[in-house]
Ligand binder design. Structure first.
Ligand code: NAD
Length: 491
């Protein structure tokens, strides 16, 4: 169990190597979603603050030693950041639990170690990169260089604040760019520490900046329209991605977007249910279902519907919903009041669409100190109509829809009948079918008989409205660099 003290925090902006107040004294509050208790007062970056952060990142890029530093030295500093993150993992995990409402244990065992790995991986990976050479006989020689682009805006959502920010920061820094980070306004606590972590690791001032605030007409919009910003790496909602693409269009900023999802988790009649059920429970309810990769549309072959539902329901009923800081908790609240209203509005929508409630659908009974928390039981519906709103829209909470199908063709049609295409999960013991379905589902990641397994070298991103571009391995390095060809006359 976490032991972090719960004193009220003041979250400042980190600009040019210093924590500073907002220039116009504007502040906003952050609450613990398990209790509604105010846990932080946050300085909201004004236009002037964002301007200063972008200019400091520009100066650090143009004149500083970062992009021209010997690669081994730069990567050593990034690996040092990873070490500091691991040294402070309990503190960071506790902040995530307090801020997002996620189980402390999930943050401690998975997300914070992964955040450290994100930085270490890209530092190591960058050191292994080469370039291309194209000799033109004895006359000319071409060779390529991959140079940093410049100042990157890294804009992240609230569901995995620290992990997702480092997923962008790793390749951004390893390739020699400088960064202006804008974490979600709902969950700024852990990411705000990246300033002091960077400083302690010896990263020069101005290379990493963290600004706080909202999206439209606030820090998010100011950074995406700033003339000193060359590229935008964004993770969040599809609708926000559209707004950012428009905002960055005037200055032709390079963009990489990781957006929403509504993944089909397809259970064929020959699936090994002993494996499929516990993993599907994770895919449905991990982080209270607030995971872009959640398997929130469960397609089940009709011949095994009864058995699947019986076992899936039992497993959902065994999840321990409660205090995020308690080590045995499997599921906490959703992140905020606003999000709770959005998620619970789908209970009415499900009813209006004649969905069958299998489990959940109400506030769980919890101890007194959690009575104001934004809790919802793990909730399961059956919906025969794949076009129903609960079958189509990203709810981003602990609500899943089970949709029956009869044939492989029908499963494929339902799986692809969505605006999203981030990922899909297939459960079958039939090798040919596994390949067939994997090839035809239009999504960026397909997991066969597993879920959430990540090799950081592999491409990650969405088809359709789930994203633009890919992250991971050399895909991230390509985004954060400009390829240059140099042609030398040899005679
Ligand atoms: P969001 O789009 O509301 O906010 C994300 C970030 O964008 C926040 O920092 C926010 O302040 C900022 N923002 C909002 N409007 C902006 C604007 N006009 N200009 C600039 N910045 C703006 O998303 P969220 O609610 O924080 O996160 C949930 C969403 O993120 C879900 O749709 C989920 O699927 C998606 N997500 C995707 C992935 C992925 O890898 N594909 C991973 C995690 C979350």
């Amino acid at each position: 169990m976490s032991t972090i003290e719960t004193t009220l925090r003041e979250i400042k902006l980190y600009i040019d190597g210093e924590y500073v107040d907002s220039s116009n004294k504007s502040m906003f509050e952050v609450r613990n979603p398990a209790t509604q208790e105010v846990i932080a007062h946050v300085h909201e970056a004004s236009f002037e603050d964002v301007d200063r952060a972008c200019k400091s990142a520009r100066r650090a890029f143009d004149t500083g030693p970062w992009s021209t530093m010997p690669l081994a030295e730069r990567c050593t500093k990034i690996r040092r950041m990873a070490d500091i993150i691991l040294e402070r993992k309990e503190e960071l995990a506790s902040l995530e639990a307090m801020d997002v409402g996620k189980p402390y244990q999930l943050a401690l065992e998975k997300e914070i170690p992964r955040a450290a790995h994100n930085l270490r991986f890209f530092a190591d990976f960058m050191e292994q990169q080469g370039g291309e050479t194209y000799p033109m006989g004895e006359e000319y020689l071409n060779y390529t260089r991959y140079e940093p682009v410049g100042v990157a805006a890294l804009i992240t959502p609230w569901n995995l604040p620290f992990m997702l920010t480092t997923w962008k920061l790793g390749p951004c820094l390893a390739t020699g760019n400088t960064a202006v980070i804008k974490p979600a306004e709902t969950t700024p606590l852990s990411v705000s520490l990246l300033g002091e972590i960077a400083k302690e690791a010896g990263i020069p001032d101005g290379v990493v900046n963290v600004i706080q605030g909202f999206g439209p007409n606030s820090a998010g919009e100011f950074v995406t329209t700033h003339p000193n910003v060359d590229l935008i790496s964004f993770t969040g909602e599809t609708s926000t991605g559209k707004a950012i693409m428009k905002a960055g269009a005037d200055s032709l900023k390079k963009v990489s977007f990781e957006l929403g999802g509504k993944a089909a988790n397809i259970i064929f009649e020959d699936a090994d249910l002993d494996k499929a059920i516990p993993v599907s429970i994770q895919a449905a309810f991990m982080n209270s279902g607030q995971v872009c990769l959640a398997g929130s549309r469960i397609l089940v072959q009709r011949s095994i519907m009864d058995e699947f539902i019986k076992r899936f329901k039992k497993a959902a009923s065994e999840l321990k919903v409660g205090d995020p800081q308690h080590p045995s908790t499997n599921m906490g609240p959703v992140v905020s009041e606003e999000h709770y209203k959005k998620v619970t509005s789908y209970l009415e929508i499900a009813k209006a669409e004649n969905s069958t409630l299998v489990y959940g659908g109400k506030r769980p009974k919890l101890s007194a100190h959690l009575e104001n928390g934004y809790y919802l039981e793990p909730t399961i519906y059956i919906q025969n109509n794949p076009k129903a709103r609960i079958s189509q829209e990203e709810i981003f909470g602990p609500i899943v829809t089970i949709i029956p199908f009869d044939t492989e063709e029908e499963a494929l049609e339902i799986a692809n009948d969505t605006d999203y295409g981030l990922n899909s999960v297939i459960w079958t013991e039939n090798l040919q079918r596994a390949h067939r379905i994997s090839h035809h589902v239009r999504a960026g990641t397909i997991w066969v008989n597993c879920w959430f397994v990540r090799d950081l070298r592999a491409p990650f991103g969405g088809f359709k409205k789930s994203g633009v571009g890919r992250e991971g391995g050399h895909h991230s390095l390509a985004f954060f660099t400009e390829a240059k060809n140099i042609c030398i006359a040899l005679k």
